[in-house]
Design a protein around this ligand. Structure first.
Ligand code: PTJ
Length: 247
């Protein structure tokens, strides 16, 4: 459905734009999602459009958290659904997580379209439509969650999350794994594990680490988690961005 030669130097970036555009056409991505993508692209350009070592390390820590979790949930919004639906389903399968649609600009039509889209890409159950739980201290429309989904999760993956909700989920005591290309965003700063990487690279990378760690003991996984320093990871990403002209 797309004619970009793979040899094009900006192939990945063009593919990403195309997916977001198609997402808007299909009614799954919001128009604001186009703006969010543009912001993300600018940071990705500065990062060299590659997974920097600190982001790879964070992805491994995220995998360890997910494998240790009692009830992990992956939150999906309109951008994530458009960019990497299959990869989200694969990650959920690898770590036995629930998938929940959770929108910043919630409309019932978009909720349903995203649930259907994820099912088309292999998801069995997709949560989010029940909306019988709330995130405390958040504007009520944006606070809706499923009580048996994000509401009762101990570990949540929140890619491209808005800052207010990222902070409020953290205040609920949840271990938060945030994927965000902007290391200065409030979401990245609120995260237990910030992964400063493109969602299209980060999600399959977490899955690969989870598969590699499948037979690791709880002690090994706990050691991986304990060694991680979120502040160091954010600083490493900022350094990579600032030195992008000499890479
Ligand atoms: O579908 P909805 O209604 O839930 O809305 C989703 C968006 C993303 C529109 C909404 O949450 C929003 O407005 O987000 P923000 O506040 O623009 O934040 C988006 C963050 O994600 C920014 O910090 C971007 O740098 C980052 N970002 C954008 N694209 C990517 C990304 N991070 C990783 N991978 C990307 N592809």
């Amino acid at each position: 459905d797309i004619e970009i030669p793979e040899s094009h130097p900006r192939y990945q970036s063009l593919l990403t734009r195309h997916r977001i555009e198609a997402g808007v056409e299909k009614g799954i991505t919001s128009q604001q999602g186009l703006i969010a993508q543009g912001r993300g692209e600018a940071f990705d350009y500065l990062l060299g459009e590659e997974t920097i070592p600190s982001a790879d390390d964070a992805a491994r820590v995220a995998a360890a958290h997910l494998l240790l979790a009692d009830h992990p949930v992956i939150s999906v919004n309109g951008n994530v659904a458009a960019l990497c639906p299959e990869e989200i389903v694969e990650l959920a399968d690898a770590v036995d997580a629930d998938i929940e649609v959770n929108l910043f600009n919630r409309t019932e039509a978009r909720m349903q379209a995203i649930v259907d889209h994820l099912r088309e890409h292999g998801a069995d159950e997709v949560k989010g439509l029940t909306a019988d739980g709330r995130i405390p201290n958040i504007d009520h429309k944006r606070a809706k969650i499923d009580a048996d989904g994000i509401g009762s999760a101990d570990v949540v993956v929140v890619p491209l999350e808005d800052g207010d909700r990222a902070e409020a989920l953290g205040a609920m005591g949840k271990t938060e794994i945030v994927v965000d290309l902007n290391p200065m965003s409030r979401s990245a700063r609120a995260a237990t594990v910030p992964i400063v990487d493109n969602i299209m690279r980060a999600v399959p990378n977490i899955t690969a680490h989870a598969n590699a760690l499948k037979d690791a003991s709880r002690e090994e996984l706990e050691a991986i988690v304990a060694e991680f320093d979120a502040e160091d990871a954010l600083e490493a990403a900022e350094r990579a961005i600032r030195s992008s002209d000499d890479t």
